[in-house]
Design a protein around this ligand. Sequence first.
Ligand code: SAH
Ligand code: SF4
Ligand code: F3S
Length: 456
Amino acid sequence: MECTNMEQKSPLRNQQMYGQRIYYIETFGCQMNVRDSETAAGLLETLGFSRGTDKDNADLILFNTCCVRDHAEKRVFGNIGALKELKDENPNLIIGVFGCMMQQQEVAEKLYKRFPFVDIVFGTNLLSRLPAFVESADSGARTLAVDENNIQIEDDLPSIRTGKINAFVNINFGCDNFCTYCIVPFVRGRERSREMAAVVEEAKKLVSEGYSEITLLGQNVNSYGKDLPDASFAKLLSLVSGVEGLKRIRFMTSHPKDLSDEMIAAMATLPNVCHHVHLPMQSGSNEVLKQMNRKYTRERYLEIVGKLHAAMPDVELTTDIIVGFPGETEDDFFQTLDLVERVGFASAFTFKYSPRKGTRAATMEDQVPDLIKRDRLRRLNELQEKKSRANNEKYVGVTGLAHVEDCDQRNEPVCYGKFSNFKMVYFPGSPDLIGKYVRVTITNVRKNSLYGKIAE
Ligand code: SAH
Ligand code: SF4
Ligand code: F3S
């Protein structure tokens, strides 16, 4: 259902009256939102706007929102409330809010009503209409637009990349998995894959623009191609790998249930596919995994980990874990700690379960009290910190190729970049190294980070 609401407000505002206008975008949430904000920036620049670096002197402020956890929602409401002062000072300021959180009709309406100074509210599906919404705001109209059905893939929208050395490339959108805790399938719609040729074309274009590293993005990259004839993630990796000039291919996120042997083989044999897998485990308890609708067991998870290590001895794994899912007992939680202990992740994003309205888990009995969730999160984080340190120690003396992301010249000049397997390394160097691939030997571990020097 589409709901569009435009109401007349302040007098005409336009570009000729105010000269070059500045936009500022604040992005919450995951890489999908980062990529969407790049598209929003591209659309605004075609309207003649230019990028600004802070809110205070912007003519247009956009918030790209996330609703995956309660915390993300609260932050957005707080941040938008704080914009009223800026709007009072500059009535010509246009304020827009979009993204996943606004894809929820009820929440979009609530925000639209609560903050009359917000000009534009629209769901994540309507991004391509941003220019029209800005034009209506220029003529003094407010917009509230949520469309639950628009699921076309729009490949060719302009965008302004924000990654210095790495560019995000969408490969599939949406999600069909309906993990019982997760709101994403409701706000991002059904899974749909871009054509392999479109992905390859984009990768070629990025190389011609100077990028040698890309990250293929999807909520579940492993099921890429299930809606296309003769396509799979392994095939896509192989095609993208053939793009001349592309030195590193990363991807995220991998759902364990769809991680195939073909994909492991592709990773291990294609020279420019990075040896890193972000493989959310969510829980180590089979009962909780079942209740979460994850469709794998801890045994299957360990089997995949074993295969990845066997095929690529230098592979690093990272993960997402939820504690305090409804019904999670102390014994279930112990199973999570045990799996973390066994796998040895390089790092983990850990979360307290946050009930999301409309999801199955939100109405499950045996919701876990916050105090217990907090305690489990603390214990899990303590264990993961220990494992991360141990993981780092094994790098002392190791030499690898770092793709230099940036250099901080403030105190001692320190450059940083990642090895192929996602390990971030710091070493003395100068800004002319940014974008280059440098051999770095790790000399020590400081505060959980790897330090080294450029190899002879
Ligand atoms: N598509 C990815 C993850 C998307 S959301 C995947 O399937 O792995 C990113 C992470 O947020 C999830 O992996 C999960 O750990 C966490 N998350 C999602 N919903 C949550 C909720 N309701 N409460 C707490 N954490 C949640
Ligand atoms: Fe959410 Fe599960 Fe889909 Fe990931 S796979 S986006 S956690 S429903
Ligand atoms: Fe959040 Fe939407 Fe990503 S809900 S995690 S920004 S897909």
